[in-house]
Design a protein around this ligand. Structure first.
Ligand code: NAP
Ligand code: ZN
Length: 353
């Protein structure tokens, strides 16, 4: 076991504070990683606040992890000391079910092991995430960061990026697709960039009139203000594919109305009951609504390689770990452009009592 510095919350809605956590001794197929950067996802705030009713404290969040390998177990073949690597939202799965066999480990029939607030499959110990100096992860769940990808910008691809990449790919978004992205935040801005890179025509649907210029700079062809009923009405039946990243309970009916024939709305943001859906909006135009959870290991590696090749990078605001609580507040107040990333050098400089 090694002790390392981390930031975590000891109860719901509490500030994150510096603390020490233990990382396990290397198992045969483990990789030890020194963390250089970690993105801040809205899910980290949901977890700290126990919004989903499942948080165990202390909670050390962080699942957009980028770093370099410092040690490997004797059976590790895919990574070596010094390699640039990344870890996303899961650190293990059963590896013995149809989903794991198909590279959809996020849908493991026995349940994935989450990077934080999960239970280690061997010991049952609580897992701790990337707001820390280091982490030990089974090699299968460690991704390679291509040389062409700047480490500072790689982190948000591990959750925000893969969560939107998976449904874009599953639904064949590409040249000729008319796509709308609801919510221009961490996930939303990656969805815009990736859908544009795949050749789609993208519209941003936002509550924030002030984000219109940014949306266009990110590659959107059009911007719709969701609070403007006339503009929403005028966009009826316009889209093939809508990605809904709104983080809380909301009414999807005004968005369903925007789908054309056989259109699909994919929900990724609100993991909670929604306002009732009007059946007629699904029946008319053969519309459907579906959901999507992060993405599997092969798709995540595919995304990292795609972003390196096409230079698709998140817009990051780097933060010192000592400013983590104000970053959380700003994220929850919709004041981030468009992903906070913690520079973990600041944690190494921080004295932890
Ligand atoms: P974020 O950076 O805070 O962005 C969310 C955006 O949604 C905001 O920028 C805002 O955009 C819009 N929004 C916020 N509150 C709203 C409201 N009440 N009504 C309408 N729009 C609202 O969050 P994120 O990191 O992108 O995460 C988004 C959600 O996805 C979170 O709930 C997170 O837990 C979830 N998530 C799911 C998965 C998955 O696997 N399915 C993975 C990662 C995250 P505008 O200003 O443009 O309106
Ligand atoms: Zn996330």
């Amino acid at each position: 076991m090694t002790t390392c510095k981390a930031y975590g919350a000891c109860e719901a809605h509490a500030d994150l504070t510096p603390m020490h956590i233990e990382r396990r001794a290397l198992r045969a197929d483990d990789v030890a990683i020194a963390i250089d950067y970690c993105g801040i996802c809205h899910s980290d705030a949901h977890a700290v606040n126990n919004d989903w009713g499942s948080t165990v404290y202390p909670c050390v969040p962080g699942h957009e992890i980028v770093g370099h390998v410092t040690a490997v177990g004797p059976q590790v073949t895919r990574h070596k000391v010094g390699d640039r690597v990344a870890v996303g939202c899961m650190v293990d799965s059963c590896q013995d079910c149809p989903s794991c066999d198909d590279g959809h480990e996020q849908n493991c029939s026995k349940g994935l092991t989450a990077t934080y607030n999960g239970k280690d499959r061997h010991t049952g110990a609580l897992t701790h995430g990337g707001y820390s100096e280091g982490i030990v992860v089974r090699e299968k769940f460690v991704l390679r960061v291509p040389d062409a990808l700047d480490m500072k910008f790689a982190g948000p691809l591990l959750c925000a990026g893969i969560t939107v990449w998976t449904p874009l790919r599953r639904h064949g978004v590409g040249k000729g697709s008319k796509v709308a992205v609801i919510g221009l935040g961490g996930l939303g801005h990656m969805a815009v960039k990736l859908a544009v890179a795949l050749g789609a025509e993208v519209t941003v649907i936002t509550t924030s009139a002030g984000k219109a210029d940014d949306a266009r700079a990110l590659g959107a062809a059009d911007v719709l203000l969701s609070k403007d009923p006339k503009a929403m009405q005028a966009a009826a039946n316009r889209f093939d594919f809508i990605l809904d990243t709104i983080p809380t309970k909301h009414n999807v009916n005004p968005y369903l109305m925007l789908l054309g024939r056989d259109g699909v709305l994919v929900l990724v943001g609100a993991l909670e009951p929604l306002e009732p859906i009007h059946g007629a909006l699904l029946v008319m135009n053969n519309r459907s609504i579906s959901g999507s959870l992060i993405g599997g290991l092969p798709a995540t590696q595919e995304l990292l390689d795609f972003c390196a090749e096409h230079n698709v990078l998140p817009n990051c605001e780097m933060v010192d770990v000592r400013d983590i609580n104000s970053a959380f507040q700003r994220m929850q107040a919709n004041d981030v452009k468009y992903r906070f990333v913690i520079d973990m050098a600041s944690l190494r400089e921080t004295a932890v009592g």
